[in-house]
Design a protein around this ligand. Sequence first.
Ligand code: MG
Length: 384
Amino acid sequence: MTFSAIVVAAGSGSRAGGDKQYRMLAGKPVVRWSVEALRGAGAGELVVVVAPGAEGRMADALDGLQGWRTVTGGVERADSVRAGLSALTCTDDTPVLIHDAARPLLSRGVIERLIAALEEADGALPALPIADSLRQADAEGVMAGAVDRAGLWRAQTPQAFRRAVIERAYAAWTSPDAPTDEASAVQAAGGTVRLIDGDPRLLKLTYPEDFAMAEALIPRQTRIGSGYDVHRWGPGGSVWLCGIEVPHDRTLIGHSDADAGLHALTDAILGTLAEGDIGDHFPPSDPKWKGASSDQFLLHAAGMVTARGGRIVNVDVTLICEQPKVKPHRLAMRQRIADLLQLPLDAVSVKATTSEGLGFTGRGEGLAAQAVCAIELPAPQPAA
Ligand code: MG
């Protein structure tokens, strides 16, 4: 499936609070969702139309993605589309998908239906039926009449045309007013435009509240990670466990504060992302971490979840030792972890067990901790 794509991202988006194409949606800039979807579906050539001077900002938003380039857009949407078309190098009969950056949740199914529709039509656009009845109202909000919704559809993007068809339609457009959209221009030039099944998730982010709705529509996957850590007992007067300093006649020996509970939990969080272990991120060979509070290891791992647009669902830590008694400190430990991870208390469990005097923990040579963490992570793209 060979096609080209133009992503229009030159608007100011003032109704959504400005520059909505660069706002974060589930860990990614809005515009990046569309570019990844189009690239993932096989777009050979992809032109992103940006406002004058916004090239660097777009480069940041699309950092690490290949196969796209920017062109500067105009004041009107039609000017931006024209600029995008003139930047293409594909053949005349290549399908070109022209898409609004403000519609991030573009599925592969919509892309495939659009391209298939060009076998028989001059243009295609995704559209949704209107379920609500339509009313007219005056400026005061008083109903003035009803509108028959039969034959009415809600138009979405991308709109698809073979390159020569859309270029000819724009060349033939003589009205001083810009066309409403590309499909209107092609229709005015005598072409047939086919409506294909749209996708409710392909909503346009127009108002600030639309972002919350889009976040809720993004499929999420649950991920589980586990962690395990051991530290050796040595001479001391207190011990750090799960972020709390517990008075004790010995301490745990380690490069940092040796908080085995938080270390196991940090590894569990890293495990949800398959991002290695705590030693990869905070090498014990680095003097920077000598005596360090393990809070920062935990916050680093949690920040990696947030950066991917994810959230921690719950954590469960088990401390394995004969001494000190954990139960008197358990609530404080849960509260500390809940504060660090910004979780409700009932999503944070701390448990303790002895090992019946058996093994290294039973003999009091060391303390072991294990932890489990569950997170929700946005799926990379909406399914078909
Ligand atoms: Mg450790």
